[in-house]
Write a protein that binds this ligand. Structure first.
Ligand code: FES
Ligand SMILES: [Fe+2]
Length: 333
């Protein structure tokens, strides 16, 4: 399996997952971490592994802003430095990993790579989350590699077949669509579907009491390694987007590898329990089983070595995969 990209910002958790006392223990990029807040509420992240006998520090406890190992009592501050030893002075140089963390867009972003390169300006823009009204934030572990999920999101034509139940798609959208794939200056890859004069999907029909056809845009944006955003709007056909049937919507789909074969999938939804159930149904009951079946069929082999058939709708996913290969090469080189 391919190496993880290290010099990049990854979403570690939504802000409200990280408690003021104690911690959130989470595996990210196949290493164990603790996410916590100091007495001022400032977020931090340290490795959940004692350098003495490698036990999880999460088996220990917090004393203020110090984490005490549950085995022989070494204590670490949130910069990762060993600051306490019950039997003498702290061993010089004893340290656990503590990557830079920035709290932004309602989440904690961390940089696992070279510290000097961790420029906060490189966090992808998810400003729309901050501007949205009440929003529910969720995360779910999907049991597949993150690149397979990014492929799924970058080719939304699957909605016509995989999401017929949830969205009442009817095969009319993408056949009326124009696809534009572009790479933005900040390195983002966009796959923009602009659909004209189509029969509305089932979920939009109640918003069109007098019937009629629709124009719809479905634009998806990808930032390396795997932070995606989906922008959707539906208007009455032929009104150049002026008569919106569904007001513009924007949703994050942010993927952070848990391991090579599992992924934290961060998403938002409307504030009600029904909104959350709907989102979960789409991702968990429709997308995940199909992607898991794909992963099982590939049995850990390399995507390109399997010689996949390439369709025009795959362009954005291929650009993204190519970009990851370049980044991996640069980091290895
Ligand atoms: S294992 Fe942590 S102090 Fe010994
Ligand atoms: Fe999907």
């Amino acid at each position: 399996m391919a190496e993880f990209i290290r010099d990049a910002w990854y979403l570690a958790a939504w802000s409200d997952e990280v408690p003021r006392e104690g911690w959130l223990a989470r595996r990210l990029l196949d290493r164990p971490w603790l996410l916590l807040r100091d007495s001022e509420g400032v977020a931090a992240m340290v490795e959940d592994r004692c350098p003495h006998r490698f036990v999880p520090l999460s088996r220990g406890q917090r004393e203020g802003d110090t984490i005490i190992c549950g085995y022989h009592g070494l204590g670490f501050d949130f910069s990762g430095a060993c600051v306490r030893n019950a039997f003498g002075s702290p061993p010089p140089g004893a340290q656990i990993a503590a990557p830079p963390v920035i709290e932004r867009h309602g989440g904690l972003w961390f940089w696992p790579g070279v510290r000097d390169k961790a420029d906060p300006a490189l966090i992808p823009d998810f400003d729309f989350i901050d501007r949205a009204g009440p929003v529910g934030r969720s995360v779910y572990v999907m049991s597949v590699n993150y690149e397979l999920i990014a492929d799924n999101l970058l080719d939304l034509s699957h909605a016509e077949f995989l999401h017929t139940q949830s969205f009442g798609t009817n095969g009319s959208l993408f056949s009326h669509g124009m696809q534009t794939v572009e790479t933005a200056e900040d390195g983002a890859v966009w796959n923009k579907w602009d659909i004209r004069d189509a029969v509305p999907p089932g979920w939009a029909v109640p918003m069109l009491p007098e019937g009629g056809r629709i124009d719809q845009y479905l634009h998806i944006r990808w930032h390396a390694p795997s932070a995606l955003a989906l922008f959707i709007g539906i208007s009455r056909a032929g009104t150049e987007g002026h008569e919106m049937v569904i007001p513009p919507m924007a949703n994050p789909h942010i993927l952070t590898p848990e391991t090579e074969t599992s992924t934290h999938y961060f998403f938002t939804h409307g504030p009600t329990a029904e909104d959350e159930a709907m989102a979960r149904r789409v991702f968990l009951e429709e997308d995940e089983p199909m992607i898991a079946a794909q992963a099982a069929a590939m049995r850990g082999t390399d995507f390109w070595e399997e010689r996949p058939l390439i369709l025009p709708s795959d362009r954005a996913a291929i650009l993204a995969r190519r970009r990851l290969m370049q980044l991996r090469k640069a980091e290895a080189g």
